[in-house]
Write a protein that binds this ligand. Sequence first.
Ligand SMILES: [Zn+2]
Length: 202
Amino acid sequence: MAYEILNSLLKEYEKKKLNAELEAEKRKDDLYEKVPKLKEIEGELNSFAINTAKNILKNGSSMEEQEELKRKVASLKQEKENIFKELTIPSDYLKPHYECMLCNDTGYVTDSNYNTTMCSCLKQKLLDYSFNKSNMSNLDKENFSTFNPCIFSDEVDVAKYKFNISPRKNILNIKDKCIEFVENFDNLNYKNLLFTGNTGLR
Ligand SMILES: [Zn+2]
């Protein structure tokens, strides 16, 4: 079951990662259509990158040529930055806007020693899932302070309730026990609570 939940969460992650990347592509296409100069710069930068790779492979370029190439790349990048500034576009505008900056919506992070661990966002999602499943997500509305004993009868009727105290008194005793349990939650010697009843009762 836990594996299935993780699997479906990872599928969700894959989808939102892809969406963020597609949206970034769309922003790029739209911006390049509005500002063709940016597309030109991008094209030039790409061809420089290819040429640099080719030169490295051939080992054929002189130091001067390499320096010249570096200068051109830096000046193109500067030109691109200036256009962004002029248009007051944030510098990360064309980057995918992932929901989680830590894992880029992959659900996993790799540290400097190349150890991969689950990202805190995915851990939280798994926790949320268990929390909702345990019917504890309504704690802001359903808690001790909103507990209303008046919905229980104040009438003592041994024949009907099989108790010599009223259901209200009984539920208030149970409430006190529960509060005591919560207050002693860290106490290892304190006994657990067990609720029993017919299926479907809560
Ligand atoms: Zn994350």
